[in-house]
Design a protein around this ligand. Structure first.
Ligand code: NAD
Length: 289
């Protein structure tokens, strides 16, 4: 069984990006910058933002963190986004989700300049993904495909089953897997809360992607012998972090599997940095023309 080590893979991506930044920074005259907006007191979001800021520091990306109170009026948040859209030292804008009640995340995400939308959630970038055009790809699905690429596990022509259809994971992941592209070309089934016979679909999967947000819900009997299993779920339980998969049962059957923690999570952050560097380079190349 191959343990798909997102921690080690993300560290090598950060190293590659560090080199890329050092090389291009001389020409650009400045480092890439990422603005992170955190609204409210959601404790998991605070942990994620700290990890993102640390990863920026390790890579040579400047980070600007805006911690705002839960009760902030939506208009104030939109004004901040408008200011960040204009700032020349900000290449990427990340609005940490979920937002508190009373703030419409779709309106706020759509206010971000698509060229700075390093999370890939703007309708323009989502549309580009659906059409197979270049644009920012959401970080978690992008990180999953990068992990498969680095372990040379291609889903091309295989049965891929994605459990979950959220805008941030399941939906973009299924679009990416079905694309006519290397490390894609899969036959994709999307399962969700209304799916009948979830276990039956899971058992058909050569590549099984879990993004349902249900702790240890996928057991060994639901997984095909030799499947590649990617567990996106993250849950804090009394005995530590776990994913959507019952790891001890499923790892006994899988050909390859991601651990939780240390699988998809670090890859998500690595892709955020990669998108920020891409945004920075695009702006600076345009300026140099
Ligand atoms: P979500 O709640 O928005 O979506 C969950 C999806 O699972 C829904 O589409 C729902 O239809 C489906 N689902 C729920 N119960 C089901 C069932 N019994 N059978 C079939 N489908 C079912 O969640 P999300 O934002 O997509 O996140 C999913 C999980 O991934 C969460 O645990 C989240 O914390 C984690 N996550 C991890 C990362 C990372 O970087 N590792 C990033 C984003 C989300």
């Amino acid at each position: 069984m191959i343990l798909l080590d997102g921690k080690v893979t993300a560290a090598s991506i950060r190293e590659e990006l560090r080199g890329e930044i050092l090389a291009f920074q001389l020409r650009a005259g400045r480092a890439p910058g990422l603005a992170v907006i955190l609204v409210g007191e959601d404790s998991a979001s605070h942990v994620y933002v700290r990890s993102k800021v640390r990863a920026c520091e390790q890579t040579g990306v400047l980070s600007f963190v805006y911690r705002l109170p839960a009760g902030i009026p939506q208009q104030e948040l939109l004004t901040l986004i408008g200011k960040l859209n204009k700032r020349l030292d900000v290449d990427g804008i990340l609005l940490q989700l979920p937002l508190p009640k009373g703030i419409d995340s779709q309106i706020c995400l759509a206010a971000i300049d698509p060229r700075k939308d390093v999370d890939g959630f703007h309708p323009e970038n989502m549309g580009r993904l659906a059409l197979g055009l270049p644009g920012f790809v959401p970080c978690t699905p992008a990180g999953i495909l990068e992990l498969l690429r680095r372990y040379e596990l291609s889903p091309s022509g295989k049965e891929a089953v994605v459990i979950g259809r959220s805008n941030i994971v399941g939906k973009p992941l299924s679009l990416l897997l079905a694309r006519q592209a290397p490390y894609a070309n899969a036959t994709v089934t999307v399962c969700h809360s209304c799916t009948r016979d979830l276990a039956g679909h899971c058992r058909r999967a050569d590549f099984l992607f879990l993004a349902m947000g249900r702790p240890r819900c996928i057991t060994g009997d639901m997984v095909r012998e030799g499947a590649v299993v990617i567990d996106v779920g993250i849950h804090r339980t009394e005995d530590g972090l776990c994913g959507d998969v019952d790891f001890s049962q499923v790892s006994a059957k899988a050909k390859a599997i991601t651990p939780v923690p240390g699988g998809v999570g670090p890859m998500t952050i690595a892709m955020l940095l990669k998108n920020t560097v891409q945004a920075w380079k695009a702006v600076e190349m345009e300026r140099m023309r």
